[in-house]
Design a protein around this ligand. Structure first.
Ligand SMILES: NC(=O)C1=CN([C@@H]2O[C@H](COP(=O)(O)OP(=O)(O)OC[C@H]3O[C@@H](n4cnc5c(N)ncnc54)[C@H](OP(=O)(O)O)[C@@H]3O)[C@@H](O)[C@H]2O)C=CC1
Ligand SMILES: CC(=O)N[C@@H](CCC(=O)OP(=O)(O)O)C(=O)O
Length: 311
């Protein structure tokens, strides 16, 4: 059976990536609006109600507006890539590895996780659930993203100002991803989040440094890595790298698209300090790849069908 998909916001950064991943898939038929009609409310309303699955690649307000345009009787299911519904009631958080594949497969409304929260939650949520690290800990998240993470506006800015090599931001210590991180990791305190952007188009590194020695429990970096490896056993999307020798992780300016995510747990020799590190593509598992993974599950397909995964 063919699933009809409408991408609202198909001309944007995330929308184009999703389009690219769906174009050769026989299981899906694409409903598209030409440039003259892509922002026309009447045309969007019609498409939103005529499709089986609407994927929203819009700013938050436009995403809320799109959801309001859908007649519940139309049967349209939604995957929202924006941050409008990530902690909203009635929405399933589109992180199959954390909420369960069946939950996503059966959901009517799926909220795609944010790019930074994807890395953070992949590392921290399973460890908090198993009690290896505490829920009532003041976690810090340091992260670096490619500039496509800021959509067309940031892509244009990096084109206009090519001398920017590094930009740290959210200096008021507020960021819309903080709520999502706290709620879906089951934490008691909000995190300190230090995001930044480098002069690379795509890709990101999300890191949680841990003072294991202060945690009042028998946790070592090796135990954390083993627990994550067990948790993600069988996943072809999330992979936990072995300990072993590793002196650096690199983000290249022209990284290819990647819908997978690599997790690293590094510890010092004494066992007091650890660095939990997620390496992913903001436009892959951080956005479009995750949306395709959810779409596959909602369509009864293998979750990795059409994903760009390295061997
Ligand atoms: N980029 C990333 O790495 C990630 C993005 N996201 C989220 O995905 C969503 C899309 O982001 P991104 O693709 O980066 O943003 P872009 O700015 O690149 O694209 C947004 C698209 O939506 C269109 N649009 C805006 N308002 C309307 C409207 N009322 N009706 C129809 N189309 C509209 C824009 O058109 P126009 O340009 O003509 O205004 C543009 O084509 C955002 O909510 C973002 O937060 C989530 C995870 C990662
Ligand atoms: C580099 C950059 O600007 N990144 C964006 C987040 C990108 C993303 O994940 O989008 P959502 O906000 O929809 O989750 C930011 O910090 O706002």
């Amino acid at each position: 059976m063919t699933t009809t998909v409408f991408i609202d916001g198909a001309a944007g950064t995330t929308g184009l990536e999703i389009l690219g991943r769906l174009q050769d898939r026989a299981e899906f038929a694409l409903l598209t609006l030409d440039d003259a009609r892509r922002k026309d409310p009447a045309a969007r309303r019609e498409a939103l109600n005529d499709c089986d699955v609407a994927i929203l690649c819009l700013p938050d307000d436009a995403a809320r507006e799109a959801v309001a345009m859908i007649d519940p009787a139309s049967g349209t299911r939604v995957i929202d890539a924006s941050s409008a519904h990530r902690t909203a009631e009635g929405w399933t958080y589109g992180f199959p590895e954390l909420v369960g594949r069946e939950a996503v497969a059966g959901a009517e409304r799926v909220s795609n996780p944010g790019c930074y929260p994807t890395g953070f939650l992949a590392l921290v949520a399973p460890l908090v659930r198993t009690g290896l690290i505490p829920a009532d800990w003041p976690y810090t998240v340091n992260a670096v993203s490619g500039y496509s993470g800021g959509g067309n506006a940031l892509i244009d800015r990096f084109a206009r100002e090519p001398d920017i090599a590094f930009r740290t931001y959210a200096l008021d210590l507020e960021h819309k991803h903080r709520a999502e991180m706290k709620i879906h990791a089951g934490l008691e305190h909000g995190v300190i989040f230090a995001p930044s952007v480098v002069a690379a188009y795509r890709g990101m590194v999300v890191e949680v440094p841990l003072h294991l020695g202060a945690m009042d429990r028998e946790t070592t970096a090796d135990r954390l890595r083993d627990a994550l490896r067990e948790y993600y056993a069988g996943s072809r999307v999330v992979r936990v790298r072995e300990g072993g020798d590793l002196s650096e992780l690199l983000l290249h300016a022209d990284q290819p698209a990647n819908d997978g995510m690599e997790l690293h747990v590094r510890g010092n020799a004494e066992g007091y300090h650890a660095r939990l590190i997620a390496v992913l593509d903001n436009l892959g598992k951080g956005a479009s790849g995750a949306a395709i993974q959810s779409l596959n599950l909602m369509s009864g397909l293998d979750e990795t069908a059409g994903l760009r995964l390295s061997a």
